[in-house]
Design a protein around this ligand. Sequence first.
Ligand SMILES: [Zn+2]
Length: 306
Amino acid sequence: MIPQDNVSDKSWKAQWQTFLRQEVESLIQTVWERIPPSVRESVVELAEAETRVQTLSTRISQGVVTRWAAAHAADDAIPCCPTCGQSMRRVASDRPRAIIGFFGDYRLARAYYACTQGHGGNAPADRRWGLGPDHVSPKRGALAVRFAVEAPFDQASALLQAALGVTVDDETLRRIAHRVGGVAEAEEQAAIAAVAAGHGPDPKAASESPSALVVAVDGVMAQMTPKQWREGKIGVCLPLINDSSAPADGAGTESLLQPVGTPDYCIGFESRPEFWHRGYTHALQAGLDARSCRLVALLGDGAAPE
Ligand SMILES: [Zn+2]
């Protein structure tokens, strides 16, 4: 048991490390001894052993997460009704919510409050836990988005299933990816508006002021619906810095420039003039206006965009 009151972050982490080292070792030994010998002896291949242990650890993980949630099911202040503003009333029994979590399926019970005037109810724990409208935990959702960014939704769903043994159907995956994309695009539009209003964004590469910046633009046709294709305009910004470790032997300046960080990509489906605002904002974020930036190379293939 790890006490959580009046302990510093450092102390808590030290206790957690001790718990992992000592208690978990003891638990492993206990579990091992309790597995019937006939079960242990029936497994002869490593792959099968891993599969069975994965099932075991998944069950344990689900149980610990569910107990953690139960211990924090009612940590919030009594909420007020968003319609009438009156304090809501906690209903007698906590309500379970089915969630596809990092360790599989959970049923997380949490305190539920209802408006006494009949304006509906809500569970404040959902927001505190970072749960959105989809039945997916934040950690699972973040991973699902990573898969969905790298592969088509149906393939991403299959990859998730193969990698972690958890099923997130492709429609749920599409919804989560679109929602995250919507948040990212809103942040992008806010940055573009700030630049248009004369408030430049803070350079992302602030710690490494670039010596040069490469900006490349291109277009790619993207399928929006089964029958509709549109041109996406793409921008890539790559800041470069002088490599101080390279010998100053009179070679060309370009041979001393090295990329810093990872390239910054943007895509927009707006008109060409509007896209330039997006690309310009990204170039500013990459250090276009930095005092140190003495060279800017703009690359394009000369094709007329849509
Ligand atoms: Zn109300």
